[in-house]
Write a protein that binds this ligand. Structure first.
Ligand SMILES: Nc1nc2c(c(=O)[nH]1)N[C@H]1C(S)=C(S)[C@@H](COP(=O)(O)OP(=O)(O)OC[C@H]3O[C@@H](n4cnc5c(=O)[nH]c(N)nc54)[C@H](O)[C@@H]3O)O[C@H]1N2
Ligand SMILES: Nc1nc2c(c(=O)[nH]1)N[C@H]1C(S)=C(S)[C@@H](COP(=O)(O)OP(=O)(O)OC[C@H]3O[C@@H](n4cnc5c(=O)[nH]c(N)nc54)[C@H](O)[C@@H]3O)O[C@H]1N2
Ligand SMILES: [Mo]
Length: 771
């Protein structure tokens, strides 16, 4: 008999069809107009090949504990230990490091997307546990967005405009006449949402935009960042130069006196400084179409014509999160705000600027106004953190100072790293640098279902079950449903749920009752659901079903806000509705930043050449964009069907323009080598007119597979990317700032996935019996 099991993931809500304990099929959510193909890969989790099946300890660490040689990580053999022993080792290490070095020496930032379930949310549970025993060093912001929210908090007072609460797409589709898309608005990324997603709506809104005949200008190095049926005009910009385009557009408007002086006076502060910069009063450079053309590689007359159109029609600017994942990533977000302020339509339906549309499925969709379910991390026991992408800096430079949002702080002396539900050897930049930094800590604990590159580089590996092996619920601040996640199959091997692991650990640390508050898995699911249900009724008079009927049905709608116009009340009366900024207004010239004097984040939106870009590249260099993979979530389900369809000859595909391919003697389908001073990897060339000249595109997420010669053979772009902060103010990830060289690499038949498995098998082999 086939059982239909309701479940949810980051890429959609679905039913798992189970027969005799085996997954036989996956059916999309009936209310989803555009289900993600990735749901069909979840059966991959049930395969034991890549799963951690028992608690494991690195041999050298088991012998020497904190004095072991960290260089053994990633190549030494593992020894299986019983759960009790593994948990005791973990508890002992937490106690030892806290007592000897202080809790700030425990790094548990543990960034990562784990599963979408809210009860078993691995990093929240880790933080909850450690907050009960004196705390840990955590992280602020995310790899997704850091430079962006930091600058928006300062200039708009909060980060709503990049968290999905700028103008919603229903309103944009109804009112905008001109839409300028900087980056993408792509079903590729909109498949996904943090904390789960019900229905996928982006394509529906884009259809309405196309049907209404909205003039769409698409500014991106990659043509298919927007579906071709939107009929956009493609502007193949040089990567990392959007700020110059925005400033050039604003400068054209200001030079002709077409800016909205009334809006600037009423609703912004420091516009004089910004306008003076546009006029070139300070640096002698007029920011106009001709200047922007020189920086961006786009025709000046097109820029001039767009400037005119922006003030003559209702104009909306959207900026993808990707643009701020770059050196000076604060600037494109701030410059878009500056341009929108000059146009003067902020706070009007279909006007202004917004960020991250389609970067996740919920951004731009009607957003939840209820309480989304979530486990509390408890009271923060100590105030120690790093900006999320400064992990290598922290490990390499204990005691050194760093700046963040105007504060100066110190990197802690980290002895113990505990990672649960993230994969830094996927997500971090310059992995060869991280590999060196990773040798430093005394002890590294990784809790993951999979033998990821990070798990392989741990001292203690705790096998977590995947979401399909336990009960949970999904839902987040942007989703329109809370979804039930029923257990579909038994846990593989000795794996345990994240809740069970931390509950057992908390008990060993003497804080069990405070951790579990007397609830088990189903008790917590019910509790979190009821909190959301009670809030919806209390705050919005919105009736959600009783828990039992929700659980049986598999999903429940939550109250949402539609047709949202961002800052409409502020625009109407800025005195009565001030923003939480230094002036109560939109900040275009910042006194705070003037005082801080950061050379890489000045007091107004500004163009500064990034550390690596085509404007200062050697003729044979290309700008590498490492964007999100279509067929998987980051490194998750890398061996699943939807991920494999985008691979070719066993490797990730590097897209490049026919002209660039020809200049290098590269043909479509060739194996190519990509390199710079930081590292090298292999990929399969995919030659395509959709890629701008000078640009190469390689998705993230291939499992880090360095071969003996040091070359990464699977196609992981993070051996090439640059590990520098966006700026001293935001300290964000700058992955999209990266130059590389590419050449044909014929005759290399190493199979990456097989190589990975062989390397892993050697690390897991039982030692030979000696007699
Ligand atoms: N070059 C480059 N690099 C980038 C980016 C880029 O644009 N370019 N983008 C960045 C961005 S935006 C992000 S968000 C990061 C993503 O980086 P990560 O979030 O670290 O990537 P994932 O592959 O999703 O890692 C999640 C891990 O959780 C594990 N996991 C899954 N389910 C469970 C569970 O139930 N319990 C536990 N304990 N573990 C589980 C998975 O096996 C996996 O190892 O990457 C960043 N890196
Ligand atoms: N299928 C799938 N979907 C995902 C994810 C996934 O792993 N898989 N990850 C999710 C996560 S965690 C996040 S944070 C979001 C990220 O969402 P985004 O940041 O929007 O996604 P990216 O794919 O990194 O980048 C989008 C596009 O921006 C363009 N771009 C890059 N640099 C520049 C530039 O300098 N100028 C201009 N104009 N364009 C540029 C690139 O062409 C790229 O294709 O995606 C989410 N969605
Ligand atoms: Mo992200």
């Amino acid at each position: 008999m086939i059982r239909r099991v309701p479940h949810c993931s980051h890429w959609g809500t679905f039913s798992i069809l189970v027969e005799d304990g085996r997954i036989v099929d996956v059916e999309p959510f009936a209310d989803d107009p555009a289900p993600s193909p990735i749901i069909h890969s979840v059966a991959e989790w049930a395969k034991p090949d890549r799963r951690v099946l028992r608690p494991m300890v690195r041999d050298g660490w088991l012998r020497s504990r904190e004095t072991s040689d960290g260089a053994g990580r990633g190549n030494e053999r593992f020894v299986a230990v019983p759960w009790d022993e593994a948990l005791e080792l973990v508890a002992t290490e937490i106690r030892r490091v806290a007592a000897t070095h202080g809790n700030a020496s425990i790094f548990a930032g543990s960034y990562g997307w784990t599963s979408c379930g809210r009860v078993h949310h691995a990093s929240s549970l880790l933080k909850r546990t450690l907050n009960l025993v004196g705390g840990f060093t955590g992280h602020v912001d995310t790899y997704s967005i850091a430079a962006g929210p930091v600058i928006l908090r300062h200039t708009l007072g909060d980060e709503q405009a990049c968290g999905g609460q700028a103008n919603t797409l229903d309103s944009i589709a109804a009112h905008s006449e001109t839409l300028v898309v900087f980056g993408a608005m792509s079903p590729r990324t909109a498949q996904t949402e943090a904390g789960g997603i019900g229905a996928h709506h982006l394509e529906g809104y884009l259809r309405r935009i196309a049907e209404r005949g909205v003039r769409v200008v698409h500014v991106s190095p990659l043509r298919d960042d927007l579906p071709e049926w939107v009929n956009a005009e493609w502007w193949p910009i040089r990567p990392n130069t959007d700020t110059a385009l925005m400033l050039g557009l604003a400068g054209e408007i200001v030079a002709d006196g077409r800016h909205d002086a009334d809006f600037l006076a009423r609703c912004t502060s420091g516009s004089d400084e910004f306008l003076a910069y546009l006029r070139g009063d300070v640096d002698g450079l007029r920011k106009d179409a001709a200047w922007a053309s020189g920086v961006t590689g786009l025709p000046a007359d097109q820029i001039r014509a767009l400037a005119t159109r922006l003030v003559q029609t209702r104009s909306m600017l959207t900026v993808s999160w990707a643009l701020q994942r770059a050196h000076h990533g604060e600037q494109p977000f701030w410059a878009a705000l500056g341009l929108a302020a000059v146009i003067g339509q902020i706070g009007l339906p279909g006007g202004g600027a917004g960020y991250g549309y389609g970067s996740l499925g919920g951004v731009g969709a009607p957003f939840a106004i209820g309480k989304s379910p979530g486990m509390s991390q408890g009271h923060k026991a100590i105030d120690s953190f790093i900006p999320v992408a400064r992990i290598s800096d922290m490990l390499l430079n204990p005691g050194e100072s760093f700046t963040y949002q105007g504060e100066t702080r110190t990197y802690p002396d980290v002895r113990l790293v505990y990672w649960a539900g993230g994969n830094p050897f996927h997500h971090h930049q310059d992995l060869n640098r991280l590999s060196k930094a990773w040798q430093r800590p005394e002890t590294i604990i990784v809790q993951d279902p999979m033998w990821t590159a990070t798990a392989r580089r741990a001292d203690i590996v705790l096998p977590a079950s995947t979401s399909i092996e336990r009960n949970d619920l999904a839902g987040n601040k942007r989703s329109d449903v809370i979804a039930a996640m029923h257990r579909a199959i038994d846990p593989l091997g000795q794996s345990r749920s994240d809740f069970d692991i931390f509950n057992a650990l908390a008990e060993r640390l003497g804080v069990g009752p405070a951790f579990n508050e007397g609830r088990d898995e189903m008790g917590w699911i019910r509790h979190l659901y009821d909190e959301s249900r009670d809030y919806a009724l209390r705050a919005h008079g919105f009736q959600m079903p009783e828990f039992d009927s929700f659980w049986e049905r598999g999903h429940a709608s939550v109250p949402v806000k539609r047709d949202h116009v961002y800052l409409d009340q502020f625009r109407a009366d800025p005195d009565r509705n001030p923003l939480d900024t230094e002036s109560g207004r939109i900040v275009l010239g910042s006194q705070t930043l003037a005082r801080l004097g950061h050379a890489d984040c000045p007091s107004h939106p500004a163009w500064m050449p990034p550390a690596e870009w085509l404007g200062e590249a050697a003729p044979d260099e290309l700008h590498l964009i490492s964007h999100q993979p279509r067929g998987r979530l980051h490194s998750q389900l890398e061996s699943g069907e939807s991920s494999l369809t985008d691979r070719r000859n066993g490797r990730e595909q590097l897209r490049l323009n026919p002209g660039d391919a020809e200049a290098r003697g590269i043909r479509d389908g060739d194996t190519v080598r990509l390199w710079n001073t930081r590292g090298a990897c292999l990929a399969t060339a995919s030659v395509s007119e959709d890629t701008a000249r000078g640009v190469a595109v390689l998705p993230t997420g291939a499992w880090f597979t360095p071969a003996d010669d040091g070359t990464e053979i699977s196609g992981n772009p993070n051996v090439l990317t640059l590990d520098i902060p966006s700026s001293a103010f935001g300290q964000g990830c700058a992955a999209h700032t990266c130059l590389i060289r590419v050449a044909p690499h014929a005759g290399d038949n190493r199979d990456p996935m097989q190589t990975y498995q062989t390397q892993l098998a050697e690390m897991l082999a039982e030692p030979e019996e000696t007699s």
